[in-house]
Ligand binder design. Structure first.
Ligand code: GTP
Ligand code: SPV
Ligand code: MN
Length: 592
């Protein structure tokens, strides 16, 4: 299939380990897609959905113990432990290869090994990276087909000797005790075994684009980030591009596809979606930061997605979409909690069991129709708001970087950093409540710097230094902001309406970038004068706005102590600039 000797040799070696019955090279054609779909229907990997109502759509269920990323089974495997840093699980490459080999050994007997050449970023762009994933899952092939650019054109780009990331995946027996997600940045390799869940197995996504990506970015002087990219077109037609980092299941997809709310319609804003999960950003000759989305599709959270919260997503997933772990309705369509339409009277739930509304388990807990981390995979090109700069090899210039988390208390609706280094500190102190996107206790607040805690492929202390250095290398750095759509009142009700209404906050952000609006100096950064947030058509009261923008001295004192504990874990790898910003914040809060 290829004249790339190294690639052929590696495929042969991996096949000798996994012992598939057959090896199939993926060319990316329509014919091949049809063949694979047919095959997956036959094996039961996919279920065909109602083709009249959902043309080209399929349904997939993962194993019940395999529904989210497993961070405790995810490792950075570097020769030196210190290179993985205190926030990552570490294993030596020798041990990791040995342990995983035992599981991979013979794992593909009776199965086919698919060879997927893929490009993260437009094929042929000098910013793109090529990988080859070997997998025994048709579900993975069909998802990679949507999420990345695959097949013949990529192989051509590889030529006879170009470098690529070696990605090996096998479902093996889907046993959680024999599951490992291993990254070998020094070998440009990823090994994933024992899982069939998205983030663990679509190896171009979190594994290559973020964990290895961040490692490479540090070396080459750019940034690989867990960020959406969007363009906000203002009434004059000028488009300001924003990159925003929120932890998993904290609103990136929703913000990236935002539709202006009724009250702001007359202003004529328009949103353009560039990406919803990952940004690769470089400094160009103009001294600005330019970003591309290395992906070509959405792997989005289904629950909560409906025509009110995210009409663009609903339009995107009408066709050619793979639904994973949602509720299957008797008419061959799908549903999820807080989705469109009435709650169906029956269906087959994500576990493959008959389901009716109101069902509870032995402990009295609600049984979900769709898993809270159920997802849709759909092509970016189907999104009504898709940006026409998606295939541009250069990407888009970023004017604002926005950090945000899910915090019931503390963080105000929006604030702006005083300068780049302070903004990096804001990112480094991000925290958020745990969601269903990762295995573990839900709702618990954890530190998640730049939303990269699970995705930074090297020592996070060094990662902070890299961010600081990037700022120094830019003549024209983006301004840095922090947002929180999730602040609650005493009764646990969200204070801010969120979703489309978030444009009101973006308006302030872009006006700040273009020096069109003043701000109020607070100890944590610049906050808006409430009068500068346009609330036309909203019934949010003055008191609520005051609560949303409040900086509570006592809460912040606690926060500063907590930050200190977190920073201690980095020891001497914590850059002095972060310590300085921490001390400055402490002083400003004490004086407040
Ligand atoms: P990953 O794909 O896991 O990286 O997540 P994401 O950041 O793209 O998250 P997504 O946009 O899918 O949001 C997930 C959850 O956040 C859903 O339950 C949404 O309903 C909820 N959400 C998104 N935006 C808002 C908002 O502005 N306010 C509130 N209250 N909830 C929101
Ligand atoms: C996330 O968990 O941040 C996701 C989904 O975007 S996954 O691809 O599973 O990582
Ligand atoms: Mn994500």
């Amino acid at each position: 299939m290829t004249r790339h000797a190294k690639l052929n040799k590696w495929v042969k070696e991996m096949a000798a380990l996994c012992r598939p019955d057959k090896i199939v090279w993926i060319d990316g054609s329509e014919d091949e897609k049809k063949r694979l779909e047919k095959e997956a229907l036959y094996t039961g990997e996919l279920i065909e959905l109602n083709q009249e109502k959902l043309p080209g759509c399929f349904y997939h269920r993962t194993a019940a113990n395999d529904v989210a990323r497993t961070e405790h089974l995810t490792y950075i495997c570097t020769k030196k432990r210190a290179d993985a840093g205190p926030t990552n699980n570490w294993m030596s490459p020798a041990k990791a290869y040995k342990k995983a080999s035992e599981i991979f050994k013979g794992s593909m007997i009776g199965r086919t090994m698919y060879v997927i050449p893929f490009s993260m970023g437009p094929v042929g762009s000098e910013f793109s990276k090529i990988g080859v994933e070997l997998t025994d899952s048709i579900y993975v092939v069909l998802n990679m087909r949507i999420m990345t650019r695959i097949g013949r054109s990529v192989l051509e780009k590889l030529g006879t000797d170009k470098d690529f990331t070696k990605c090996l995946h096998s479902k093996a027996d889907l046993n959680v005790d024999r599951r490992l997600i291993l990254h070998f940045p020094e070998d440009n390799a990823i090994w994933s075994v024992g899982s069939g869940y998205g983030g663990n197995v679509l190896l171009g996504k979190k594994c290559l684009s973020l964990r290895l990506g961040s490692w490479i970015a540090k070396k080459e002087g750019w940034l690989a980030e867990h960020m959406l990219i969007m363009g906000v077109e203002d009434p004059s037609g000028h488009i300001t591009y924003i990159a925003a980092a929120f932890p998993s299941a904290c609103g990136k997809t929703n913000l990236a596809m935002l539709i202006p709310p009724e009250g702001l319609k007359s202003k004529g804003y328009r949103i353009w979606t560039v990406g919803d999960d990952i940004a690769w950003m470089r400094i160009d000759t103009d001294g600005s930061l330019w970003a591309i989305n290395p992906e070509a599709g959405f792997f989005g959270v289904a629950p909560g997605t409906n025509s009110r919260t995210n009409p663009n997503a609903m339009a995107t997933i009408k066709k050619n979409t793979i639904f994973t772990n949602v509720l299957l309705k008797p008419d061959g369509t799908v549903w999820w909690e807080d989705g469109d339409g009435p709650v169906p009277s029956e269906g087959i739930n994500w576990e493959g069991k008959p389901w009716k509304p109101g069902m509870t388990d032995e402990k009295g807990n609600k049984i979900h129709g769709a898993h809270p981390n159920s997802r849709f995979t759909a092509p970016l090109s189907q999104c009504p708001s898709v940006s026409n700069r998606l295939e541009q090899h250069h990407g888009v210039p970023i004017s604002a970087i926005v950090f945000g988390g899910r915090r019931a208390k503390l963080a105000p609706l929006v604030y702006e950093s005083f300068y780049w280094q302070h903004g990096v500190f804001m990112g480094a102190t991000m925290a958020s409540e745990r969601t269903a996107a990762q295995f573990g206790k839900q709702g618990e607040v954890r530190r998640d710097p730049m939303a990269m805690l699970p995705f930074c492929g090297y020592n996070m202390g060094k990662y902070f230094s890299h961010w600081i250095k990037m700022g120094k290398n830019m003549a024209n750095p983006p301004k840095i902001f922090h947002v929180n759509w999730f602040k609650q009142d005493e009764n646990g009700k969200f204070l801010w309406p969120g979703f489309g209404e978030n444009l009101r906050v973006l308006e302030w952000i872009i006006d700040r970038c273009r020096q069109k609006v003043k701000a109020v100096e607070s100890p944590i950064g610049y906050v808006p004068d409430p009068a500068d947030i346009d609330l036309t058509g909203l019934d949010t009261s003055k008191e609520t706005m005051a609560k949303l923008l409040e900086v509570d001295k006592n809460e912040w004192k606690k926060e500063i102590e907590d930050q200190k504990d977190f920073f201690k874990t980095f020891g001497k790898d914590l850059p002095k600039e972060i310590t300085i910003e921490h001390e400055l914040l402490k002083k400003r809060i004490e004086r407040y």
